[in-house]
Design a protein around this ligand. Structure first.
Ligand SMILES: [Zn+2]
Length: 427
């Protein structure tokens, strides 16, 4: 293809991966995610959406257009394991749900998806929200620029629990709508639990999310009460397994977290009041921890702003938000497996990379924070074709200036984003 034709191909982005030209990314350094080591100059050859070769040095490949990344470090595209692309909190969030239609939120999500991708996140796990499975399909069809989305769809909760969609409704509305059930993701028995998972399968989910304890932002008093029995969690996990689903558990309180781990979930999200006993159980069961430090700091900060949150939410935001970073530091020292997630949608989409900086502030070495969003995130997702820059894997690549292992702030300066071999941003 001639240079003008190549330029045209970029203008028409996003196209299917097959339409992308072969490219040779001439990287100054390459982050080898499995070992967490930086390799000197490498050229990554990309063909038909996949990594065709990784060559030593910054070399020209005959017939392949070169992208000069002098001074830049190439890394596998990042994965944020905890986002909500269907929303973004603001002082009007609690009333907007009554005024706006799903299609209004869907239009907003288009911009959120693009910002997330351009920040270097080529994959996300969307943990709750009915927009995400549809947004995933639109991204896959090339209609919307966004990350690869692994979508939970509606979170599974119990009555009055975090993610009961009718929390905070007045009696009249609640009576008109009636109590939500497994179809809406609210369960109160083992049979309900199975039905709720099967409904998510019917709705096109990729992963299951449960709210094992109360939550900060729900219109309810407790942020930490346990909200499922162990048997309910087990029924969800076993049914999820039938469909090849992993289960992510939102949890702040100790008892609900313990039940989720004993019930066999794949990951604990937030994990605020994680006790030593829970950490021991997580190591025993191989449970992952996704701390979402960004969300913790964001809600603690907004709790100080009058009127940002309803009064029932404010004390939870202040107390729980401030605790998460200490918990992550303790979990890291205790050897709990940590993977990367922000809970964006609480904070502003596109600012996801700041989580790396918070992880480093919590005492996690930069190389391990970068592994948490690449090779480890792929493990949490249960996929083996991404998260590393190796021959045959998906060509999901980001580049930042300088050396992000030596200076983690560099993650905020993403210069190149490639997903499935298609460039969405370049220097
Ligand atoms: Zn969340």
């Amino acid at each position: 293809m001639s240079r003008p034709a190549l330029a045209l191909a970029f203008l028409l982005l996003p196209l299917s991966a097959a339409a992308a030209e072969p490219l040779a990314l001439q990287c100054e350094r390459l982050f080898e995610a499995r070992s967490g080591k930086l390799l000197p100059a490498r050229t990554v050859v990309v063909r038909e959406g996949r990594i065709a070769e990784v060559l030593e040095g910054r070399v020209e490949v005959p017939g392949v257009h070169a992208v000069d990344l002098a001074g830049h470090t190439c890394l596998p595209g990042w994965t944020d394991l905890h986002v909500h692309l269907g929303s973004q909190s603001n002082p009007q969030s609690y009333s907007e749900g009554f005024r706006l239609d799903p299609v209004d939120f869907a239009y907003r999500s288009v911009g959120y998806a693009e910002k997330t991708l351009l920040a270097g996140f080529t994959s996300v796990r969307d943990l709750g929200g009915e927009i995400a499975p549809h947004l995933r399909d639109a991204v896959n069809q090339g209609l919307v620029k966004g990350p690869r989305i692994f979508a939970a769809g509606k979170s599974i909760a119990t009555t009055g629990g975090h993610a009961d969609p009718t929390n905070g409704y007045n009696d009249h509305l609640a009576h008109l709508i009636g109590p939500p059930g497994p179809t809406e993701g609210v369960i109160n028995s083992i049979d309900d639990a199975r039905q709720a998972v099967r409904q998510r399968y019917k709705d096109g989910s990729d992963v299951i999310k449960i709210t094992a304890t109360g939550g900060v932002l729900s219109y309810a008093r407790s942020g930490d009460a346990p909200q499922f029995t162990v048997d309910e969690v087990k029924a969800i996990v076993e049914t999820a397994r039938d469909y090849g689903y992993k289960v992510a558990a939102h949890a702040h309180g100790t008892e609900g977290m313990k039940r989720a781990v004993l019930g066999g979930v794949t990951s604990i999200e937030h994990g605020t009041y994680m006790s030593d006993e829970v950490m021991r159980l997580m190591k025993q069961h191989g449970t992952w921890y996704v701390p979402t430090l960004y969300a913790g700091r964001f809600v603690a900060e907004k709790a100080r702003v009058d009127g940002y949150f309803p009064e029932v939410v404010r004390p939870k935001a202040a107390r729980i938000g401030a605790q998460i970073q200490d918990t992550a530091a303790r979990a890291y020292r205790n050897g709990v497996k940590i993977a990367f997630g922000t809970d964006m949608g609480v904070g502003p989409h596109g600012d996801n990379a700041r989580e790396f900086i918070y992880m480093v502030e919590a005492g996690i070495p930069a190389a391990e924070a970068l592994q948490a969003a690449t090779v480890r995130a792929a493990e949490v997702l249960g996929v083996d074709d991404q998260g590393v820059i190796e021959t045959g894997k998906r060509a999901d690549i980001v580049a930042v200036p300088g050396d992000p292992v030596a200076d983690i702030q560099r993650v905020l300066e993403v210069a190149l984003v490639m997903k499935d071999g298609v460039l969405f941003k370049q220097p």
